[in-house]
Design a protein around this ligand. Structure first.
Ligand code: RB5
Length: 146
């Protein structure tokens, strides 16, 4: 269940443009976007940004988070080190829907060098509109947390 409509966005230098496009798109859907940067394309380190976004979600400040790097993989690995975070990389809308419905993912990771803006925004829509189904899936998510 979504506790608020605040969503944190972050990326590394490889994904500034896509992050800004995602931010603009999400704002039109009625979400309060907390974009924690970075703002320049100067080379940076994705673990810093994945961790910072994940902490906003883990603390409850933001209900969900979207993080982006070149592949989506490194920043996802960093985010998943934060307790309470369940983040998946998605390159298709089916997976984006399922990580919410079955895995109760609270963060989505995208690869700016993998998906174009059109697909990325469709993935974001699928992620944001799906809801956790609970039931047998809750048992499994509890097992992940344990
Ligand atoms: C940066 O060049 C690149 O390594 C990073 O964006 C990401 O793809 C890592 O997983």
């Amino acid at each position: 269940m979504t506790i608020n409509k605040r969503i944190v966005l972050s990326s590394d230098h490889a994904a500034i443009d896509l992050r800004q496009a995602v931010a603009k798109h999400i704002a039109t859907l009625g979400w309060e976007v907390v974009d924690i940067g970075p703002t320049t394309t100067e080379s940076t380190h994705y673990p810093i940004h994945g961790k910072a976004a994940a902490e906003r979600v883990a603390s409850g400040d933001c209900a969900l988070g979207i993080i982006i790097c070149g592949t989506g993989q490194g920043i996802m690995m960093a985010a998943n080190k934060v307790e309470g975070i369940r983040c998946g990389v998605c390159t298709d809308t089916f997976s984006a829907r399922m990580i919410r419905q079955h895995n109760n993912a609270n963060m989505l990771s995208l690869g700016a060098r993998v998906v174009g803006e059109g697909i990325a925004l469709d993935i974001v829509d699928a992620f944001l509109t799906a809801e956790f189904e609970g039931g047998r899936h809750a048992t499994r998510v509890d097992m992940i947390e344990a």
